[in-house]
Design a protein. Structure first.
Length: 113
């Protein structure tokens, strides 16, 4: 069962982000890119070919390319696709799903098995 439809809306741009108060920078040798829930189950709730999906897919592709260039691992996570719409699972329910969920796995585009 899919999620209820979500109407199109403009993807926020950089000006919508809060100013960073930290002086640290990401060290690509000690970091990984996590792509969380980028799957049809969630993205399919939005109108195809419209904002924010178009920008979201482009942004993820850009980040994957940059991570690959920097030698950073890319990890994907996914929730079970057959979830019914409704309240989010509680901690106890999530704990029970932990071992049954699709495990995070390396980006196949980077040649990992």
């Amino acid at each position: 069962m899919g999620l209820p439809g979500i109407g199109s809306y403009p993807m926020p741009d950089r000006t919508a982000l809060p100013r960073s108060h930290g002086s640290w920078r990401i060290d690509p040798m000690r970091a990984a890119l996590l792509v969380h829930d980028m799957q049809n189950h969630f993205v399919g709730a939005f109108p195809t070919g419209r904002s924010p999906v178009v920008e979201l897919v482009d942004n993820v592709a850009t980040l994957r390319e940059l991570a690959g260039t920097l030698g950073m691992p890319v990890v994907f996570s996914a929730e079970p696709a057959g979830q019914a719409p409704g309240p989010a699972l509680g901690r106890t329910q999530r704990h029970g799903l932990h071992h049954g969920r699709a495990a995070a796995r390396p980006d196949p585009a980077q040649g990992a098995e």
